[in-house]
Ligand binder design. Structure first.
Ligand code: GLU
Length: 306
């Protein structure tokens, strides 16, 4: 892809088009094989983009190298193909783009938006809101976590399905990590930089990521990136009341059963019926009939899945 030839964020952003074309994406992490929950995101992001004559990209979010599950990337790519999705550009892999994230971190460092933090998760507790202990210690950046400063302000956005969602950055989120002590670039940084560099205009993803959105909007604002539209889909749940996920051992999709799964996914999203056919033809039909107002405006789907 053309963009990949450019080596810096500045050079890459210079090629972003100024048109108003819808640009959407599907951004799975290869921490396990693709399951029905991820298929819902792929189908909804694809149909939403294509029904608005937009473009749709695939990005493999593989920055968290220790969590990569062997073979899952191949499974995801095989499913994208078997399910008839046609990305509008070459698939990008975040593990090839660390230099871009480092450049943005350097920019943030020069602007004094980030600081090094030596507090371990053990000291803080895993879900604690960071109290800013290291903010004014001016620790050297090497071998420390890097945190972004937040301000004491309430940030709200209007999700296309979930409605108005607000967080007070200081009280609800706290200064958050962009790079871990072990050198791994955090999802929050990589997702914001890549949505910008790919010119993404619309984000369609699972409602489990709703609470991350204010962090990402904040980081985008600090960097001067344009704002995005968000749609957080209701989650598919298993019979234990847990969301389908790789951690909960959701069943891997069988690419040979693509048409059947597609029909089920469209049903789960409460879209008009599509007859069994080749996946390509089913998706074409689904795009013609795509109606966001029919998707349940909830955090969870009522039916149980595996
Ligand atoms: N990579 C994330 C996941 O697989 C999704 C990120 C996003 O869509 O913003 O859960």
């Amino acid at each position: 892809m053309l963009m990949e030839r450019f080596t810096s964020v500045q050079q890459q952003s210079a090629v972003l088009s100024n048109d108003n074309t819808y640009k959407g994406r599907f951004a799975p992490s290869p921490t396990g094989p693709l399951h029905f929950g991820s298929l819902l995101t792929a189908v909804a992001s694809y149909c939403d983009a294509k029904s608005q004559h937009g473009q749709w990209f695939v990005r493999i979010e593989d920055t968290d190298i220790p969590r990569i599950f062997p073979g899952s990337e191949q499974h995801i790519l095989a499913c994208i193909d078997a399910f008839g999705f046609e990305p509008d550009a070459d698939i990008i892999f975040q593990k090839d783009r660390f230099h871009l994230y480092e450049q943005v971190l350097e920019q943030l460092r020069q602007q004094d938006w980030v600081y090094a933090c030596q507090c371990t998760r053990k000291i803080l507790g895993s879900n604690a809101i960071y109290n800013g202990t290291c903010r004014n210690l001016h620790l050297p950046f090497e071998h420390q976590a890097i945190r972004l400063k937040v301000e004491d302000q309430t940030l709200c956005f209007k999700d296309r399905l979930q409605g108005q969602h607000c967080s007070n950055l200081h009280q609800d989120l706290g200064d958050f990590v962009l790079k871990r002590r072990d050198g791994i670039i955090n999802y929050q940084l990589a997702v914001v930089v890549d949505d910008y560099l790919q010119g993404i205009t619309h984000v369609v993803r699972g409602a489990d990521l709703l609470d991350n959105t204010e962090r990402q909007i904040w980081l985008g604002q600090v960097l001067g990136y344009p704002s995005l539209q968000y749609m957080h889909l209701p989650l598919a749940m298993n019979d234990q009341g847990q969301k389908l996920s790789k951690q909960n051992l959701a069943q891997a999709l069988d690419p040979k059963q693509a048409s059947r799964y597609l029909q089920q996914a469209l049903q789960a999203l409460q879209q008009p019926h599509v007859d069994l056919d080749t996946p390509q033809r089913m998706l074409q039909q689904a795009i013609l009939q795509w109606d966001v107002s029919l998707i349940p405006h909830q955090m969870q789907l009522p039916q149980i899945y595996q």
